[in-house]
Design a protein around this ligand. Structure first.
Ligand code: NAP
Length: 325
């Protein structure tokens, strides 16, 4: 059977993405052939495509999808043909109508979770899980500063933080996005470019600053994030939507009040099967009891992946985006 795949041969803008047809090999030992039903779009895909995060070329693209098991290789024990599965880590290649995956990366999709929701919630949801329950064990006593609060990952983090009882100061790029985060209970909403971030955070915290900042925007928000932290606060720098954050020196961390700085990745919080299942289990448990809802705001045909990248990089998307194989 011929599959549609997106590949790139050189790094660059969205135009380097090529739509191709290929025949998938039969699954090898420990491998599963997954027919994709929905593919999740993530900002990290643009870093792979642009070369910010180098990968060997030519390459497939994408880390997140849901679908159905179509064939299993020798020794596969966890899955059988017909099972609904999803993944949010592993080898690049989610931008395709089907792919071969190691069974160790796959997770069963519980009943009641749609294909689209599963494709939007694996990478982004597991990220929210580790950032809010492990990088920092968030409690109801915490106030957090959350950049890109209306984004794919941001909306999940906002809901998760509210579920834990924390107070959230969310930063968004437009009035429309402000309305969305308000709907999800964001306690204080700052409009990027209009509201002075660090001074407003000080006002909202009686001059103290926040104990933790979640910054996935990078270069453009770095200084504001640093200036918003309380003494002994934690700077969680987990993305570069506006470009990489500058280097931070021990002297700056000392001068700003014994700060902590971390640059976490999902891969280092999901190193074992147990860790992966723990994160996915926490995500699906929240979806099942209605604490986490997944909004798909944009849909593109798989072949229009370049167009989807343009929109994501323009900062104009809201919530999650799905590519339809
Ligand atoms: N480390 C990890 O484990 C991990 C895992 C998943 C995601 N991430 C990171 O989390 C971030 C969000 O990922 P996502 O896929 O959910 O994307 P997203 O948040 O849906 O989209 C990025 C958002 O960043 C904001 N932004 C601010 N300045 C921007 C600029 N100059 N260019 C483009 N966007 C800008 C925009 O929202 P506003 O206009 O509202 O500001 C934009 O919508 C990314 O940085 C990603 O790399 C990290």
């Amino acid at each position: 059977m011929t599959e549609q795949v997106i590949r790139f041969y050189e790094t660059g803008g969205p135009e380097v993405l090529k739509v191709e047809s290929l025949e998938l090999a039969a699954p090898g030992p420990g491998e599963v052939r997954v027919g994709h039903r929905a593919v999740g779009l993530n900002f990290i895909d643009t870093y792979h495509r642009s070369g910010l995060y180098p990968v060997p070329l030519p390459s497939g693209l994408g880390l997140e999808a849901s679908g159905v098991v179509e064939a299993v290789g020798e020794g596969v024990t966890r899955f059988a043909v017909g099972d609904r599965v999803a993944f949010g880590s592993g080898a690049l290649g989610a931008y395709a109508s089907a792919s071969l995956r190691s069974e160790a990366q796959l997770l069963p999709v519980p009943e009641g979770v749609s294909d689209e929701a599963a494709a939007a919630i694996m990478l982004k949801g597991m990220t929210a899980a580790y950032l809010l329950t492990q990088t920092r064990v968030l409690t109801a006593d915490d106030t957090i500063l959350l950049h890109a609060a209306a984004g794919g990952t941001g909306l999940l983090m906002l809901q998760w933080a509210k579920d834990l009882g924390a107070r959230v100061i969310g930063v968004v790029g437009s009035e429309e996005k402000a309305e969305i985060v308000a709907r999800y209970g964001c306690d204080h909403i700052l409009l990027r470019g209009r509201d002075p971030i660090a001074p407003t955070v000080r006002e909202l915290t009686d001059g103290k600053g926040v104990p933790v900042v979640y910054d996935s925007v990078g270069r453009a928000t770095f200084q504001d994030s640093l200036d918003s932290l309380a003494p002994r606060g934690l700077f969680v720098s987990f993305g570069n939507a506006s470009g990489p954050a500058p280097d931070v020196t021990p002297a700056v961390l000392a001068a700003k009040g014994s700060l902590y700085f971390t640059r976490p990745t999902l891969a280092s919080y999901a190193q074992t099967r147990e860790e992966l299942e723990g994160l996915a289990g926490a995500v699906f448990e929240r979806v099942a009891r209605g604490a986490l809802s997944v909004e798909i705001h944009q849909r593109f045909p798989l072949a229009a992946a370049a167009e989807a990248h343009r929109l994501l990089e323009s900062g104009k998307t809201q919530g999650a985006t799905i590519l339809e194989p």
